[in-house]
Design a protein around this ligand. Structure first.
Ligand code: DGJ
Length: 726
């Protein structure tokens, strides 16, 4: 049992193997946070409140005349509410029929469920025992149920809140976050993953301070600008040392995550659906379910936090049928041909990779409608017979004969003004009355908050998948919403749009992705602009970035690995000079870096000669040899490309019998200094064979003395080591 309730002190202990999350119901019925950290004894922790005793000039809890520390704003919190003297970021803001936005959500009982209920219409982790704390506002009939599931092996805690209108004639939610908890000091840095197209998941860290630090998206998608993740790490924490709290939202639309340094020295952590341009009408008897958030604690630095997140995500979120299974080795034609192809060209690409081990051909953008450029065709999910006479069946048969599988690109949420579907149904596109639409890449976004629009998408996309022996789908999304408006919503509910977009998206995922349990779906959003746990719950892998340059990829993959397992990133070898950066790197370097994710190729393979094919064969053999380390191993980041000239990843099998070190040097320098990389994650007492040295060394030597790679002359070079018990 991971959830324990001490009746005497009214304390709930949520226990992982080596962690404790504790809160209690205080004398006013307030759900007061106590602790999240290393495992502790089940002892009363209320003595910690002494730290805030003796404060004055604060509003007392209603009914008292003297605050002392009996003021809501001083209680570390599981849910903060607006009013009664609490000026911190509220977790919720609900307006009742009188226009009153205050609430006082106090304890109204608890339940421990033997199972973990699903969230209706949204993805969430799989789990078991779940604690539900009922909170209720006496006056308005407004209530909140706080859900907690702790994963014993990783200590991660999944949280969410259901807001309930139990009898108020009309409530409007103006904010409905998923969680709140407090850290006892502000000695933390906020680590976030920001970026842009081609430069996703770049690492930034900065000290938190008094007031609010936040990461957010207002785009109705999670975005490349900033990922729906933040970590709070103790000041100066390294990969191995210090405390780290991960906050990962299982959500794919506008979000916000906040860390607020408050006057009493605490740090309030909260967030969920972005309340910017958000409201939700809640009639009597209705509930509102918030997305799940995954909280992770590590006493072992940022690296320890990442490993706990990776394990939680792989074990409890990603589709079980795919997560640890060998991934398709893909040749994708995008960088090879862009939209300029015909059947003969595609056959030549397939011929180019015969016998190499590449097992899946993914036909990217341009196979449908009138689609020779990005100016037309989106939404017309019928094959372009001018380019592909005889249809996709010709390619499917050719692939079958070559012993390969067929993958296909879609951008289901989009519509081109120059398309048959738009001419027939211009109202399918999102539009605000009287306003001219913003175009991005000449395209518009479909209003997937509407049932009829979703029905059209599901029917036309599924027809192609079902009729053409498709085993792999790449689901792209190349622009953000700009006109936040739906013709399907009344005027006073337009601010429900961004969340309804998420619900529409998950409905599409259910009806297209989950309707094809044998098809591998790859997420994509012009690269990694929708790289989030909501998407990962349906797509075992996501195209990490359109930037396929190996040097850039070290930065992108390093950042992504902080919050997502390596198996979540698709990584392809492309040609040089690289199409995004014009940089030239060795094929070996490109392959070594791409092998740190779900591996594949993205180039014109019809140009391959025998030596190219031999190189590809070798790279695939190498990837397959170490694939289980990528899919299921522990990641140790040995060196950060954000801090210097090197990048180093080490993958270690769970039983510590086998590992691979991938080291990369950015710039070659004459007469350069020696760089030593110390291994991590091995068993000190085991003897390991280091294949590249032809030597056996003990774990303790490798983890203390380390290895000294000899990079070949030049820039952007890699060295790999295979380390295993013989
Ligand atoms: C953006 C994706 O990231 C690319 O890989 C490619 O699929 C293009 N879209 C196609 O339009």
């Amino acid at each position: 049992m991971a959830i324990y309730f001490d009746e005497g002190t009214k304390t709930f202990y949520l226990e992982g193997r080596d962690t404790t999350y504790a809160f209690y119901i205080n004398e006013f019925g307030y759900a007061e946070h106590l602790y999240y950290g290393r495992k502790i004894a089940r002892e009363p922790l209320t003595y910690t409140r002494g730290l805030i005793a003796g404060r004055t000039c604060a509003a007392a809890v209603p009914g008292l005349d003297d605050a002392g520390y009996s003021s809501y704003q001083y209680f570390a919190t599981e849910l903060s509410f607006f009013g009664s003297g609490d000026y911190r970021e509220p977790t919720v803001l609900a307006e009742n029929e009188c226009g009153d936005r205050l609430s006082e959500l106090l304890y109204d009982g608890y339940e421990i469920l033997a199972y973990k209920p699903k969230i209706s219409g949204m993805p969430s982790t799989r789990g078991e025992e779940t604690l539900v704390i009922h909170l209720k506002d006496k006056l308005s009939g407004f209530g909140a149920d706080l859900y907690y599931t702790v994963f014993e092996d990783t200590g991660a805690v999944a949280r969410r809140i259901i807001y309930k209108n139990e009898g108020n004639p009309a409530l409007t939610l103006r904010r409905a976050y998923s969680f709140a908890f407090s850290l006892p000091s502000q000695d933390y840095e906020l680590l976030s993953l920001h970026g842009a197209w081609g430069r996703e998941n770049q690492v930034e860290r900065y000290p938190v301070h008094f007031g609010v630090s936040s990461v957010d998206s207002k785009r109705a998608t999670s975005s490349a600008a900033i990922n729906p993740f933040m970590a709070l790490i103790s000041r100066g924490a390294t990969e191995e040392l210090g405390e780290a709290y991960g906050v990962s939202l299982v959500y794919s639309s506008s979000f916000v995550l906040k860390a607020e340094g408050t006057g009493d020295g605490q740090l309030l952590v909260t967030g969920g659906i972005n309340d910017f341009d958000f409201s939700w009408a809640l009639s009597a008897g209705e509930i509102f379910e918030t997305p799940e958030v995954l909280l992770t604690y590590s006493p072992d630095g940022i690296g320890g936090m990442s490993r706990r997140i990776h394990d939680t995500v792989r074990r409890y979120l990603v589709n079980e049928s795919f997560v640890y299974k060998a991934r398709p080795i893909v040749i994708n034609n995008w960088e090879g041909t862009y939209m300029d192809f015909d059947t003969e060209k595609l056959k030549a690409i397939i011929d180019g990779v015969r016998g190499t081990g590449i097992d899946t051909f993914v036909l990217d953008d341009g196979w449908f409608g009138k689609r020779d450029t990005d100016e037309s065709g989106l939404g017309d999910w019928v094959v372009n017979e001018k380019k592909l006479p005889g249809g996709l069946g010709v390619i499917a048969s050719y692939l079958k004969e070559a012993g390969m599988k067929f993958g296909l690109w879609f951008e289901p949420e989009m519509i081109s003004p120059d398309s048959d579907v738009y001419r027939a149904h211009p109202d399918y596109a999102i539009k605000a009355p009287g306003r001219e639409n913003c175009l991005t890449r000449h395209q518009l976004v479909m209003d997937i908050t509407r049932d009829d629009v979703r029905d059209y998408i599901v029917e036309s996309v599924n027809k192609i998948i079902d009729g053409n022996d498709i085993s792999y789908v790449k689901w792209d999304y190349n622009r953000n919403v700009t006109e936040f408006y739906s013709l399907g919503l009344p005027k006073d509910r337009q601010s429900e749009f961004a969340h309804r977009y998420a619900l529409g998206l998950y409905d599409l995922y259910e009806r297209i992705v989950n309707a094809h349990p044998d098809v591998m779906f790859e997420g994509c959003a012009g690269g990694g602009a929708r790289f989030d746990l909501g998407t990962l719950a349906y797509f075992p892998q996501i195209w990490n970035s359109d930037d396929t340059d190996a040097e850039e990829r070290t930065l992108i993959q390093y950042g992504t690995s902080i919050a997502y397992p390596l198996s979540a990133s698709s990584c392809h070898v492309s040609v040089v000079p690289n199409h995004q950066t014009a940089r030239a790197t060795d094929m070996k370097t490109r392959a070594d870096i791409a092998e740190l994710g779900a591996f594949g190729y993205e180039l014109d393979a019809s140009l391959f000669d025998d030596s190219d094919r031999a190189a590809v064969r070798e790279q695939i053999a190498e990837y397959k040899r170490c694939e289980q380390l990528v899919l299921a191993g522990d990641l140790y980041r040995l060196d950060s490309p954000y801090e210097g000239n090197f990048f180093g990843f080490m993958l270690v099998s769970k039983d510590k019998s086998c590992a691979k070190m991938t080291l990369y040097r950015r710039m070659g320098r004459p007469n350069s200094t020696v760089k030593r990389f110390v291994a991590r994650g091995l068993d000190e007492s085991k003897k390991y064979f280091v294949e590249e040295l032809g030597t056996t060394l003990s774990g303790s030597t490798l983890m203390n003395v380390g290895l000294l790679p000899e990079f070949s002359a030049g820039d952007f070079k890699t060295v790999t080591y295979h380390i295993y018990v013989k």
